[in-house]
Write a protein that binds this ligand. Structure first.
Ligand SMILES: NC(=O)c1ccc[n+]([C@@H]2O[C@H](COP(=O)([O-])OP(=O)(O)OC[C@H]3O[C@@H](n4cnc5c(N)ncnc54)[C@H](O)[C@@H]3O)[C@@H](O)[C@H]2O)c1
Ligand SMILES: O=C(O)[C@H]1O[C@H](OP(=O)(O)OP(=O)(O)OC[C@H]2O[C@@H](n3ccc(=O)[nH]c3=O)[C@H](O)[C@@H]2O)[C@H](O)[C@@H](O)[C@@H]1O
Length: 307
């Protein structure tokens, strides 16, 4: 039995239908926040099958179990800004085209949105897809640029900063983790109940898609300048043409739908968010940075403990 404030952790694969069924037997889930996926745009060229397995087969496995559950849970899940692909209208709105993915990762997330439509339509599952825009912060993903740029700058290694074939800077609507978490909670709080029971739809159910971005794109070159200042070290920067690797030249979110429906309002600019990241990074990896010196000077302790 779980006591108040306790968390029950089960480590397993989404494709393990037996394990998922056991979990649903034990817990009558009212809501599910589904974040598990094979993430990363560029790795999809190296290991395409892992995207199909986690983002398509694994998602269907979860939906299959959820649709037959009684009660059916409401599901909020992570889609991606990458579904906008070659869309060049800015800022990206949920009404814009998403049928031209630039990477297999994007194609699997777009497939997830279509699959969500099917389960909503046939079985009455309440489904909300959240299109996150380049999320960063403490405890982030080491394969993301802001993270490995930090490591490489500190180690004196060179970094590649992409520009478009036309020589324009590549930009991202970098979004701080705490803002995204608030968006996830808002989506969960406003998720309506599923309407089916035992695999049968009783009436139409809620189906939503929202952008969760920062609404303020920043060129990657500027991200590097901010990191240089926070780390107190110059980057060995090579500006190179963006390889044909699934990347898109820019992202920029319009978040008015998420604001209207659950008050989503990102409040962390890139410099403040990266400062928190560098503070965590310094503590976690035990490395010297300008931020660490500043906070030690002010009598604060770096977050994160040691690695
Ligand atoms: N970080 C971003 O910028 C970003 C942007 C857009 C969308 N997303 C999406 O947000 C979600 C979380 O991303 P993240 O950056 O925290 O990635 P992450 O890699 O840190 O977290 C994903 C987790 O899913 C787990 N996982 C993968 N396949 C699984 C499977 N078959 N069964 C069980 N677990 C599995 C991984 O082990 C990992 O712990 C993902 O769905 C990702 O596609 C992330
Ligand atoms: O928003 C999203 O949907 C996606 O955001 C990120 O993808 P991406 O924006 O490509 O994030 P990074 O890989 O961290 O790249 C950030 C920027 O740095 C650039 N970059 C990357 C690598 C590099 O060596 N040099 C470089 O300039 C990229 O072109 C991009 O503009 C996540 O990695 C994906 O999982 C997520 O789905």
């Amino acid at each position: 039995m779980l006591l108040k404030n306790q968390v029950f952790i089960v480590d397993g694969d989404l494709n393990d239908a037996v394990l998922l069924a056991k979990l649903f037997d034990v817990v009558p889930f009212s809501h599910i926040l589904h974040l598990a996926a094979q993430a990363g745009v560029r790795y999809a060229m190296q290991n395409p099958q892992s995207y199909v397995s986690s983002n398509i087969a694994g998602f269907i496995n979860l939906l299959e179990i959820a649709k037959s559950a009684n009660p059916q849970p409401a599901i909020v899940w992570a889609s991606s800004s990458s579904v906008y692909g070659l869309n060049d209208k800015v800022p990206f709105s949920e009404l814009h085209r998403t049928d031209r993915p630039a990477s297999l990762y994007a194609a699997t997330k777009k497939a997830g949105e279509e699959i969500a439509h099917t389960y909503n339509h046939i079985y009455g599952l309440s489904l909300t897809g959240l299109r996150f825009f380049t999320v960063y912060g403490p405890w982030g993903r080491p394969d993301m640029a802001y993270f490995f740029f930090t490591k490489d700058i500190l180690q004196g290694k060179s970094i590649d900063v992409y520009q478009t074939q036309e020589g324009k800077q590549v930009a991202r609507d970098f979004t701080y983790i705490d803002d995204v978490v608030k968006g996830c909670v808002g989506a969960l709080d406003t998720a309506e109940k599923s309407t089916g029971s035992g695999g049968k739809k009783k009436k139409p159910a809620q189906l939503r898609v929202y952008n969760l971005g920062n609404t303020s794109p920043v060129p990657v070159g500027q991200l590097v300048s901010i990191l240089e200042s926070l780390l107190g070290k110059k980057a060995k920067k090579h500006v190179v043409g963006m390889p044909r690797n699934g990347d898109v030249p820019f992202t920029h979110a319009n978040v008015s739908l998420a604001y209207r429906d659950f008050g989503y309002k990102p409040s962390t600019d890139l410099a403040s968010g990266l400062r928190k990241f560098v503070k965590w990074y310094s503590g976690y990896y035990g490395v010297e940075t300008r931020v660490k010196k500043e906070i030690q000077g002010a009598g604060e302790v770096p977050e994160g403990g040691s690695a």
